[in-house]
Write a protein of this length. Sequence first.
Length: 582
Amino acid sequence: MTVANYNSLVQKTFCENAIRSVVMIDDDFLTYSESIRALNNEVDLDYNKIDSSKRAATLESFFQSKNMICDVDNGSVNFDVDRIRKSDLIIVDYHLDNNAPDKTLKLLQDLKDSDHLNMIVIYTRENLETVWMQISSTLKGALDINSLIIDYDNEDVQSYWEDVVLPNLNDNGNKALTRDEIIAYIKDSKPCRRIKRLIHDDAVLEDQKDKNFIEKMIAEYAVSRNAIISSNTSGNVIRGDESGVKWIQCGNIFVSLFHKVQDDHENDGDRIWQTLNDSLIEWKPSYYQLIKSEIQNAIEAEALSFVNHLANDHYGQAAWLNEILKSDSPDIRCRNIDFVFGNLSEELYQRLKNNNTLDEFIKSVFDSYSNEYANSGVAALLQYCSSKMDLPSNNDTYHEMYHALNMNLSSKNFEDGHISTGTIFFDTESNKWYLCVSAACDLVPTQGNDPHHVRLSPHRLIKVLELFNASQSKALPFAEHSKYIYVMHKNQRKYLSIFEGDKTLPVVDYMVVLNHGTTVDGEEKNIISAVFLSNMDGNVQNVPVRLKLKSQLRTGYAERYQAIASQYSSRIGVDYVSMMLP
């Protein structure tokens, strides 16, 4: 991708097409209401705020020239996070409250967890190195080091920390992380190699686990010293520029730092806009982030102003309303609501698919990658693609890439509420894996009129295929054989097959799910109870199992494996007699 083309795509989707509203927040700004009250002699005019308000007027004029809605807030009245997050661009003074950054940092903490992506420019006269470090440390979240040391419950570790390490850190000794080392830890959470050597050279701790613990505590100590306010979470993922002075990305916020010049604000609008654009380009969002951003822009621009067959069909709407309201079953009502929702979602997809502007943007994104690869001099396309995602270029990475691709093609996380056709799960005790191949209509908790359904209710008999461990060397080169299933388990990529070894017939089994459609009280998410029926001294006995629902095969994939199980179950045995002449 040519640099200019990539840069223009980033600017277009994150700034030009995305930012429609701007709010500026500074306790030195005079708001419109304050100005009116002062003109009416209801309050005394604070002349110290006039210069800052001139700055606000300059910025307001700049953004209005870009056809953006612009609001000014002094940060003291109606400082509501939910209202602020609705603005696409937030320009906020770092020291909002009595020259302290606490209020701004709390705003950033709240916004990073919102569903809306916010662009934020921190407007400050403070040293940008200090501001970057304080913001990134606060957003990352500091651990409670004292509690962790106590809970570690190791006298040697505690003594080493209190007698050797902590005094050294307090005196900013050789165990204290440098600024560059702190930046690196904030961004990658990896302990510093220099600290590893120092702890090793002290020869106080012998167990590597203890050494690793102290290494982490030293790094977390550096974060805690720079975090201005406490956080409910820690270890949040932080991205930022290499020098730690320009930008920070965390959760759903992108923060760009801008240094206020005391007496020069005439060009602040252009400078802020350029700073934000430069920071976004340096962030290097992936093609996926570019496309997702532009889809969001298109949705907001469309404003759902589309027409579908259900919207035009008042008879159909009336019938669906009747179906939804007449049902006393929460499950049936939810299913009917889901159909209406799906109808709207499908129409939205079709509108986006036929949006020529969006289509051209997406094509431009991939064309830019093609152009860059053609001019990169990189021989292997796999190597180029892995490098664009900041992944190492080696065979292990390439294998993981295609495990991930096949997993995403064929399945999704389990979120369906109850086990259904294509649900992948495992026995938490035996670690055996299974795939549900019962008909979906037999698995709706509120349905099932067959005699065995009635007898077993609220439990449900299900048909499953047992899954077997498969090798990467078979599951990737022969993925198109459609007998492999790809899952992530305990952060490991797992390959499963519906056939055991070289066999060509599946293993079909049956189990009874207890209280089908409900979760187990006191258990973690997606845990259900079931029983196998087994012979015990001539009697049928229940063998209990604890199952973890892991993922759900997508439409088409689930039905394929269901068909394989059905073909196996409907096999017909016939007899022939072979004859060989002597």
